[in-house]
Write a protein that binds this ligand. Structure first.
Ligand SMILES: NC(=O)c1ccc[n+]([C@@H]2O[C@H](COP(=O)([O-])OP(=O)(O)OC[C@H]3O[C@@H](n4cnc5c(N)ncnc54)[C@H](O)[C@@H]3O)[C@@H](O)[C@H]2O)c1
Length: 334
């Protein structure tokens, strides 16, 4: 959909709402309303951060929609990173059994991943994305202009998901770094769209997108109980290191792939305050019990036979999972 078409759609909506967080609002909210030609849109500004990707925040959004008499012909524009596009998509798709929503991603991670593909939801009881639905946005409006205000740490977080595409689908994406990433944004989005088109509800081939996420989500959730929470991309960067180690040990992946990745992993985590130690391994592994990819109580991993050759639903013995965490922690703590 071209900008003009979107402007027309919004002009015809019964009411337009813009959901954003307090950081993004400061930089981009007036500009976006101007660009979309909807200066009258009702603003819903929530607190920033994964901690607020919660049912409590969803209820705030629903209350604002109700208070401002949103009906089924209203549109919610989600302006922000993955926290906002996940939460806003979920809030919109449940309100009055579903109103239309538009994603305007403002982080690199959301531009190449979170805003695309229709997974929406919130964290619940300390576990990632436990409550949610599959729902497609009306449109995803990607513009690198928003990256001009994004902190370096958040750029690195997005790079992790771009490098993931290198492992599972397109080897060239392994060349992405903090100087050249802008030229790969559209390509990354295209890779995600192609994978999602084949299997929207993640019954089969879409699972490859979870490479690095099984342990990544567990590490992310655990890190939020510590003094040094990791971003989503940082946790995924470490989770990919563990997945590569497991792939070498269980799927005969060439060890060189892991060795080449380790300095990249260190770079992706260079802005993080890293405080995970071997004493945390049991607590991290406990989070795996809530992973949505579990099958009959077993943890299903996405591993690699080779670059661009992912294999899904790999059952890995618990001892090996622990060993992968310990090996990668040893590398990080060196
Ligand atoms: N639905 C999916 O398919 C999918 C895929 C990957 C990740 N996710 C989810 O995405 C979330 C992470 O998203 P994220 O990394 O974008 O984090 P985020 O939305 O929390 O944003 C990170 C930080 O950057 C700030 N920010 C955003 N845009 C900015 C800008 N342009 N300028 C300055 N500051 C800005 C935010 O206020 C926040 O403090 C996680 O909850 C993760 O589970 C979802």
């Amino acid at each position: 959909m071209r900008l003009e078409e979107l402007q027309n759609t919004l002009a015809e909506a019964s009411k337009v709402f813009v959901l954003t967080d307090e950081n993004v609002a400061m930089f981009w909210l007036p500009e976006l309303k101007h660009w979309l030609g909807c200066e009258q849109a009702v603003e819903i500004i929530v607190k920033a951060g994964e901690k607020y990707k919660s049912m409590a925040t969803v209820q705030r959004v629903w209350r604002a929609l109700l208070k401002n008499k949103a009906d089924r012909h209203a549109v919610l524009v989600n302006l922000g990173g993955g926290m906002i596009t996940d939460l806003g998509g979920f809030a919109a798709s449940c309100y009055q059994r579903g109103i239309r929503f538009v994603n305007v991603p403002t982080t690199l991670l959301a531009m190449v991943d979170a805003a695309i593909g229709g997974k929406t939801g919130v964290d619940f009881c300390g576990c990632k994305n436990q409550i949610g639905v599959f729902a497609e946005p009306l449109e995803v409006m990607v513009s690198p202009i928003y990256l001009s205000t994004l902190p370096e740490r958040e750029i690195l977080s997005g790079l992790a998901e771009m490098i993931k595409y290198g492992f599972i689908a397109d080897e060239d994406m392994l060349e992405v770094n903090d100087r050249n990433y802008e030229q790969y944004i559209l390509r990354a989005g295209k890779i995600k769209r192609e994978i999602v088109e084949e299997d929207f509800k993640e019954e089969d081939s879409r699972k490859v997108l979870n490479f690095g996420h099984t342990l990544g989500h567990a590490i992310e959730s655990f890190s939020h109980t510590t003094e040094c929470p990791l971003t989503h991309g940082e946790a995924v960067a470490f989770g990919m290191g563990c997945a590569l180690w497991l792939s070498v040990n269980q799927c005969d992946l060439d060890e060189e792939v892991l060795v080449d990745y380790l300095p990249k992993m260190r770079m992706l985590l260079s802005e993080a305050e890293w405080c995970l130690t071997p004493a945390d391994v049991d607590a991290i592994v406990a989070y795996l019990d809530h992973d949505k990819k579990n099958v009959c109580g077993e943890h299903g991993f996405v591993l690699l036979k080779d670059v661009e050759k992912p294999v899904c639903d790999q059952i890995v013995p618990g001892a090996l999972v622990r060993q992968s965490l310990l090996e990668l922690m040893r590398y990080m703590n060196d």
